[in-house]
Design a protein around this ligand. Structure first.
Ligand code: F55
Length: 811
């Protein structure tokens, strides 16, 4: 086909007039409204369609180029893509904001209002899913031909609301108001099988007689890189029935059951599992994992075979990254496709698998390592169970032949004969296995994968996480973006390391003043959101102290609340002291079944109620727990933060990425030596970060020696007072025993060492109070945070993956 002959919408240009004309065209002929009757939603859709047309031009050019040059492609398989809104991202990357603003002004419309019509694509739980989204952006920026593959959940992560301070979950419905960014691909459809049995015909043919089949249907979303130079595809799979209505049942009047198979099939992509870090072992989850992995592998092999004819060269042209173990079934599925469908021997197939797949680990928490009961696994995926038995057997034989002092049980895929361990399957089937921060990778080598590391000392590598500077500075922080562009130019947008040029201005009076003014403007905006959502007025000159992340005991929001109460009690005792006014800002969701986490939310809200209404305290301390924390809310909170809470029990947070976003936007970190905090500290320097608490070595030692939290509490009058107040119902007068479970945990089984770190945390917070009072110095330190964390760009991370794991070029 002559692609030059194709109509190119770009020819219309991106002037304000072209955008205005395009918008009217879309409004009338695509949305079907005239300007007099159009709602904000209609205008938003019309503008979205115009912007999308420009994206599509770049997208086609990029795909044609990759196809013609037969470039090696990267496939990023992830159960979660927490992409958030796409509208502003596209406008920013195409750099058409001024023209769009001007076009809108003709109709008296504000861009901000139109952007706010878009719902968040919350197709992820937290860090793991957001990382996948940042990686897509960076792969486009680096012009790496890549696909993201995942599930098009009809309902993303639940919406969180508070009722009387308790978390209530409501179904999320992002598709309800239309989603202009995706393209349905009716032609890209694959059959996915489940259950049944396997037959062998004695001539090397294996047949899987499935009990159930569904279709996977593709929906494509273009991912625009910086300046539209390259556009990749996020392909999400939706499940559809292979048979429609059961007419026999319908005609006999059995209407509900007539649709049963349809409903069953569509259930697979219905909803995102809301558990972050604790897999539930449910059959539907296993089906989701296999569903999207199989569709993705079938799709990429089909694409490969349109460009190459020998399947044996797959590893030269394809790299597949497994985002945690959720797609680890890829090891067995690729084996199945290569042997049963493409007729390779098991040995040849396994060689290809091990050269094509790689695996990223995101957590060391033992409960997060996926395991499936052999019985369930065999029932859902009978052929894969056989293949895994083959891999396990041959791997074991190989290990035994090497005569190393390795625990054989630890490196088996099938553990104790009864469970399939997805981490071990992923490790054995991979070329490289990576951790997400220097510390986490070290701990992987020493703990969960210690035996594997002795067997394969070159397999584990580190790729410290990163964040995209486009969304997490350029788009979310217009005042700071503007100041940086005026002062150091624009290089940092595509090469974040260049932001270090701002360090030279850290003591420049005029720059400092403007930097502080940008922060202040962002704080006023956040104060507005807090007032709107909570009816709480906060002082924008107070220290904005922010902890935003999933609620989990290891992340220790509880520790933050204890410190809040201690501060509250101290203020009440001596209100006349010269306190540093503070606003404690929380955001985050608890997994619906995680009762302790939900109690922590309720406690934070109960404390907020008492503190915020205490006239003795006034503006010296306010507590705001913003409901429904998501990507869009993060984009408002992060630019406004002064202090970033990264206070996990050392050794438990694999990396963290919120820590990077907050530091980049000029917040100072208070944190433990955990995850990427360690590397942030190395770059910003000890004067510009507040480190406290046990180290991961201390924690490991305590785990062996044991720890007496009761003795710690009794030896600390501040902590004792805090716990007494909670236990006596000072914050829950309507139900004084409400928090006995929580306080009991601290006295009797303080696994996350909240009490052990309390004192040093409280002290460090007082250092923060002191530091913040020196406004001028604080601004310098904030500038040095922004200037010194350029290394944490996901562009740098992806360059690392490209060089160490995928073996693909990047610009
Ligand atoms: C693990 C198991 C399940 Cl079933 C679901 C989620 C996870 C998980 O690890 N989630 C997650 O978000 N992990 C986070 O990944 C981030 C990106 O690497 C890290 O920064 C963060 O430390 C880690 O907790």
């Amino acid at each position: 086909m002559d692609t030059n002959a194709m109509k190119n919408w770009d020819d219309r240009g991106t002037t304000a007039e072209a955008i205005r004309a395009g918008m009217i065209d879309k409004l009338v002929y695509s949305v079907g409204k005239d300007p007099e009757h159009a709602t904000l939603q209609d205008w938003s859709t019309a503008l979205g369609l115009v912007v999308r047309d420009h994206v599509v031009d770049h997208w086609f050019r990029a795909s044609h180029r990759s196809h013609e040059e037969k470039k090696k492609r990267v496939y990023y398989l992830s159960m979660e893509f927490l992409i958030g809104r796409l509208f502003n991202d596209a406008i920013a990357n195409l750099q058409i904001e001024p023209a769009v603003q001007e076009a809108l002004s003709t109709y008296g419309l504000e861009l901000r209002d139109l952007l706010d019509q878009e719902s968040d694509a919350a197709l992820g739980n937290g860090g793991l899913g957001r990382l996948a989204a940042c990686f897509l952006d960076s792969m486009s920026r680096l012009e790496i031909p890549a696909f993201g593959y995942g599930i098009r959940y009809e309902h993303g992560l639940f919406r969180q609301r508070f009722h009387d301070g308790w978390q209530i979950e409501e179904a999320e419905d992002w598709l309800v108001s239309g989603h202009v960014w995706e393209f349905e691909r009716l032609e890209a459809r694959y059959t996915i099988k489940f259950g049944g049995h396997i037959s062998f015909d004695g001539q090397g043919n294996t047949k899987w007689h499935a009990e159930e089949t569904v279709f996977a249907m593709a929906y494509d979303t273009p991912i625009t890189g910086w300046q539209g130079k390259h556009v990749n595809t996020l392909r999400l799979w939706s499940s559809r029935p292979t048979e429609i209505l059961d007419l026999r049942r319908f005609n006999s009047g059995d209407y509900l059951n007539a649709a049963e198979k349809m409903i069953r099939a569509e259930t697979i992509s219905r909803v995102l599992y809301p558990d972050d870090t604790t897999p539930e072992g449910k059959e539907l989850r296993l089906k989701q994992e296999y569903f999207f992995t199989s569709a993705s592998l079938q799709d990429l092999i089909r694409r490969y075979l349109t460009e190459h004819d020998d399947i044996r060269h797959l590893p030269d042209f394809v790299s597949i990254q497994m985002n945690d173990t959720h797609p680890a079934i890829a090891v067995a599925e690729l084996m199945r496709l290569l042997t049963d469908e493409h007729r390779l021997s098991f040995v040849d197939a396994f060689d290809i698998v091990q050269k094509t797949l790689s695996y990223t680990n995101h957590t060391l928490l033992p409960e997060a390592l996926e395991r499936w009961h052999v019985g369930l696994f065999r029932k859902v995926l009978p052929r894969h169970m056989q293949i895994i038995e083959w891999i396990d057997f041959h791997h074991l034989a190989e290990v035994q032949s090497r005569n190393l002092a390795v625990s054989l049980e630890d490196v088996r895929i099938i553990g104790h004969g009864s469970e399939v361990r997805m981490g071990n399957l992923a490790f054995i089937g991979s070329k490289k296995v990576n951790g997400v921060s220097a510390l986490h990778t070290e701990l992987m080598k020493q703990t969960v994968f210690a035996e594997f590391h002795r067997l394969y000392p070159d397999r584990i590598v580190n790729e410290t996480n990163g964040i995209t500077p486009r969304r997490w500075l350029y788009e979310c922080n217009p005042p700071l973006r503007k100041l940086l562009m005026e002062t150091i130019g624009t290089d940092w947008i595509a090469n974040l390391e260049k932001i270090d040029a701002a360090a030279a201005f850290a003591t420049d009076a005029s720059f400092k003043e403007k930097f502080a003014a940008a922060k202040h403007a962002n704080k006023i905006r956040l104060a507005g959101v807090i007032e709107k959502k909570l009816g709480l007025r906060v002082d924008p000159t107070a220290l904005f102290d922010v902890q935003i992340k999933r609620i989990h005991e290891y992340k220790r929001q509880f520790l933050n609340i204890l410190e809040t109460i201690a501060l509250y009690q101290a203020i009440r005792r001596s209100p006349a002291n010269d306190w540093t006014p503070r606003v404690k800002i929380f955001g985050g969701k608890a997994a619906p079944g995680y009762h302790v986490a939900k109690q922590i939310i309720k406690l934070a809200n109960d404390v907020a109620k008492i503190v915020n209404s205490d006239p003795v305290v006034g503006d010296r301390l306010k507590v705001a727990f913003l409901p429904n924390y998501n990507v869009s809310l993060a984009e408002v909170i992060i630019p406004a933060a002064d202090l970033s809470e990264q206070i996990s029990t050392a050794g438990m947070e694999a990396s963290g990425t919120g820590n990077m976003k907050l530091a980049l936007n000029g917040a100072l970190t208070i944190g433990t030596l955990d995850g990427a905090n360690v590397e942030i500290g190395e770059r910003v320097g000890p004067e510009n970060i507040y480190i406290f608490g046990l180290t991961s070595e201390d924690v490991a030692e305590i785990r062996v020696k044991g720890y007496d939290s009761r003795a710690t509490i009794e030896g600390d009058p501040v902590l004792s007072d805090v716990l007494r107040a909670i236990a006596e119902g000072d914050f829950s007068p309507d139900d004084p025993s409400r928090y006995h479970d929580l306080t009991d945990i601290l006295y009797n089984s303080d696994y996350f060492l909240v009490t052990a770190d309390f004192q040093s945390y409280f002290q460090r917070q007082r250092d923060v109070d002191h530091g913040f009072r020196d406004t001028s110095r604080w601004t310098e330190r904030a500038i040095l945070n922004t200037a010194n964390v350029g290394w944490f760009s996901s562009d740098r991370t992806i360059r690392g993956y490209a060089a160490d794991i995928w073996n693909v070029p990047s610009v």
